[in-house]
Design a protein around this ligand. Structure first.
Ligand code: CMP
Length: 143
């Protein structure tokens, strides 16, 4: 197994509901280490840029509106198979299809208000991490 890094976002609705600690606990209890963390309130333009791959999709305006409504937490998680492990902990994009015990299954309200974001592949993780963090912001953990 490879040690990977992935971008996690604890989305605005989850921050507003005081779920930051609950979600971070799940990451730490399942072998993911936090090597960077920021609270961010994106502008419309920044959110459009982060989600540019979805620009032509019908849900794009709703997605941008949600991600700019209030601050969110961006994290870099590191660990063995971090990308897949994080996606397992999150559950599927649509919370109505997510099992209880997953983050989206426990807290997601809709596909847009789905509590968390996680990178879906190593290449995406590199791009997404670089969107929010410079290399001097990352603190690989020896212990
Ligand atoms: P996220 O993991 O942040 O990545 C892109 C987001 O777009 C996704 O979570 C959802 O919130 C949203 N999204 C993806 N597919 C749909 C859809 N079919 N309808 C509405 N929103 C979607």
């Amino acid at each position: 197994m490879a040690v990977e890094r992935t971008l996690s976002i604890i989305k605005p609705g989850a921050v507003a509901k005081n779920l930051i600690g609950n979600i971070i606990n799940r990451f730490e209890e399942h072998g993911l280490r936090i090597i960077a963390a920021r609270m961010i309130h994106l502008t419309q333009e920044q959110a459009q840029a982060f989600y540019a791959i979805h620009r032509e999709r019908p849900f794009f305006p709703e997605l941008v509106a949600y991600m700019t409504e209030s601050p969110f937490i961006a994290l870099v998680l590191e660990g063995e198979n971090a990308i897949a492990r994080n996606r397992e902990l999150m559950g599927p994009t649509d919370p109505s299809k997510a099992a209880p015990g997953t983050i989206r299954g426990d807290f997601g309200k809709s596909i847009t208000r789905n509590t968390v974001h996680g990178s879906d592949a190593p290449e995406t993780a590199v791009t997404e991490i670089a969107f929010f963090f410079s290399h001097v912001d990352l603190f690989p953990r020896a212990r």
